[in-house]
Write a protein that binds this ligand. Structure first.
Ligand code: WTA
Length: 658
């Protein structure tokens, strides 16, 4: 570290609040602090601002219909089509030649789609899907990596009113089958494979294995040929080559189907407390309006920007802030297929420089990796095109925040630390970059119109400086409408904890812990349920546990998150071998493989620890907190409430000797 760097770091270390840079504020989409009062006084009609960003086929009659809470409806009576809003209207407005998607493959090839070209591609694929028999409201599963055909397929589904269910390509065959079964999905779009660190990765074998686990008939599977000669494979009976099918429909135009505002736009499966992933249902009007509004107000996106969110479209961040929000605003959205360190650790900065990216949105895990690699990588590139930076998915530690602020933003870009969830559809707690000061580590105040609070176990607001639980006390347009085919679980998961049903007072519980400052800034402390957040990816401990106990030779298991320098949290497995089985390396490997097979590489255990017993309370509950502390190397405190305190030392010894 040079003298300059050291003194800069020392100065920043002290600094707890940062003003938004003047140059940013001058041009920002939202700069009036009065927006908070305006939204509060005019709630829920304030959300017309969001609806106004869209083109409606039929105007809505009511902004919020709350007669059947918590099954809220937004913009009722309105009709619209999401693909029309993301494509046609920009072309009609004369922006057909502006770039919609700037795609870059890992090997370095690029593809650029103007809005007019993308509309053509989407039209062709929409005609293809319809010709295969896909009807309005049929769920189409998209099991695809970061290739342009993924957003094309999403928008094609939206065009014909068929909800999509995107399954992250890194998920396993089993995970694909579970999601297709849960959604009764009869159509699948997938690909032969993709590139990772220069290697061709087989995706079609995994797809086929997953299809064997689907318990109903799958009508058609469309396979994109991404790898050409790098992977030869045969197509099954009901499988079609994407290019061949689309060629038959070239030049077809499918009129966008007018959808009710409350019609389902997509399903997205996410992890919860039980082993079964939850099918989060998002609708056409509220979701699109909310993602467009937050893209405008928080990400400060304008049509002539080049914007890059480095998430994968297989997660909600990619849905809301690579595809729907930015494209509704007609901007250029960058998509990159590969990893940030291939062929070298400056890959992302090279992409930023070459594309003159204005806005960059990523996860704290990535930032911590960049920090570890060192500032020489961004320093090799001219990043002066950047105007705004964002983070999402997990808490960002102040050190990583400050590194991002100086080394990527050159102290000239505000950072928005955006807290939200798959269920919320869009951002909920974050600063408005042209309005608020930034406090590293704290996401910020709730957005205008969002009544988020930090409360204690009884639902009373906590004092400034105290920790409690996040709640949201009024509905918002981007909220999930229910869990697919499971209204009961929807109520139980999100509304049970703090609502007063008799008083018809409904409070949404996101299951995150937080602390609030006296200026109303909220610092998110992490999940309070059995969900762990690995590199910003949400994984259910129960899902992983059921994979582990499915391994021959494992009697019982507990899975917890332990602190990890880069990933935020990592997966730790504690397992009791069955009688007759020894805690061998082979069993350890089989446990790891079991997790990879049932979920995928993102859930790969950091460590598998065998133990003859698990620490349990006197009532027989596994003490997860204690296991988390062991995994994180924390002080264990008092273990006297345990039924079997002696086991704790044994486990701790094993972990530290690894
Ligand atoms: C966590 C991702 C701290 C949180 C958009 C939430 C965050 C879960 C932040 C949702 C943030 C998301 N600061 N924690 N800025 N953003 N989280 O559904 O625990 O994949 O409940 O949505 O990520 O994860 P999900």
């Amino acid at each position: 570290m040079s003298q300059d760097d050291a003194s800069l770091e020392a100065r920043l270390e002290e600094q707890e609040a940062f003003e938004p840079p003047e140059s940013f504020v001058e041009q920002a989409n939202v700069t009036d602090p009065g927006i908070y009062d305006e939204f509060e006084e005019n709630w829920p009609e304030c959300w017309e601002h969001a609806a106004d960003l869209l083109s409606w086929d039929d105007e809505y009659d009511t902004v919020l219909e709350d007669g059947n809470a918590p099954f809220y409806e937004w913009f009722t009576g309105g009709r619209l089509n999401a693909s029309y809003n993301c494509l046609d209207r920009h072309v009609e407005d004369g922006a057909g030649d502006s770039t919609a998607i700037e795609w870059e493959g890992e090997l370095g090839e690029t593809r650029t789609y103007s809005y007019a070209e993308l509309l053509d591609e989407v039209g062709d694929f929409a005609a293809t899907l319809r010709n295969l028999g896909v009807d309005e409201d049929d769920v189409v599963t998209l099991y695809m990596p970061m290739i342009p055909e993924l957003p094309i397929a999403m928008l094609a589904c939206a065009r014909i009113g068929a909800p999509h269910s995107v399954v992250f390509a890194g998920f396993s065959a089993d995970a694909l089958a579970t999601r297709m079964n849960s959604a009764d999905s009869e159509y699948l779009v997938t690909c032969d494979g993709y590139y990772r660190r220069g290697d061709a990765l087989d995706h079609i074998s995994k797809t086929n294995e997953g299809l064997e686990g689907v318990d109903h008939e799958v009508s058609d599977v469309v396979v994109v040929d991404r790898l050409g000669d790098d992977l030869k494979h045969d197509l099954g009976d009901n499988q079609h080559d994407y290019d061949e099918l689309v060629a038959d429909h070239e030049g077809s135009s499918v009129e966008p189907v007018s959808r009710d505002a409350e019609d389902m736009l997509f399903l997205m499966y996410t992890s919860g407390t039980t082993g079964q992933p939850k099918g989060v249902k998002h609708t056409t009007g509220g979701y699109l309006a909310y993602t467009a509004w937050t893209s405008h107000a928080v990400l400060d996106i304008e049509a002539d920007d080049t914007y890059w969110c480095s998430a994968d479209i297989g997660w909600i961040t990619g849905h809301s802030y690579i595809v729907y929000g930015p494209m509704a605003l007609g901007t250029t959205t960058v998509m990159y297929e590969g990893t940030p360190d291939y062929p070298d650790k400056d890959r992302l900065w090279e992409i930023v420089e070459r594309n003159e990216v204005d806005i960059f949105y990523t996860a704290p895990t990535a930032i911590r990796a960049f920090m570890k690699w060192g500032s020489e990588y961004p320093d090799q590139h001219d990043l002066s095109s950047l105007r705004l930076l964002g983070t999402v998915g997990e808490p960002i530690n102040p050190r990583a925040w400050k590194w991002y602020y100086t080394n990527i933003g050159d102290e000239a870009c505000p950072i928005v630390d955006t807290w939200w969830q798959t269920e919320t559809g869009g951002m909920m707690i974050t600063t408005l970059p042209g309005v608020n000061i930034m406090k590293p580590g704290s996401a910020g105040p709730p957005l205008p119109g969002i009544d988020a609070r930090v409360v204690d176990a009884q639902g009373e607001e906590v004092e400034a400086g105290q920790a409690g639980y996040v709640t949201v006390n009024n509905p918002w347009p981007g909220m999930l409408r229910t869990l697919y085919n499971n209204d009961e679980r929807f109520i139980n998961e999100y509304w049970q904890e703090y609502s007063d049903e008799e008083a018809d007072k409904w409070v949404y519980f996101p299951e995150d812990g937080a602390k609030i400052d006296d200026d109303g800034y909220i610092t998110i402390l992490g999940r309070v349920d059995d969900v762990i957040n690995v590199s910003g990816h949400r994984l259910g401990t129960m899902e992983i546990e059921s994979a582990v106990v499915g391994v021959e030779g494992v009697a019982e298991a507990a899975v917890v998150g332990g602190e990890h320098e880069v990933k935020g949290e990592a997966v730790y497995v504690y397992a009791i071998p069955e009688d007759g089985y020894e805690p061998t390396d082979d069993l350890q490997e089989r446990v790891v493989d079991g997790v990879l097979d049932s979920i995928g590489p993102i859930a790969k255990p950091e460590d598998v620890i065998f133990t003859p017993e698990l620490p349990k309370t006197r009532s027989g509950k596994i003490m997860r907190r204690l296991l988390e502390d062991i995994a994180s190397g924390n002080d264990l405190g008092n273990t006297s409430t345990l039924r079997n305190p002696e086991v704790v030392d044994d486990i701790a010894d094993q972990v530290s000797s690894d």
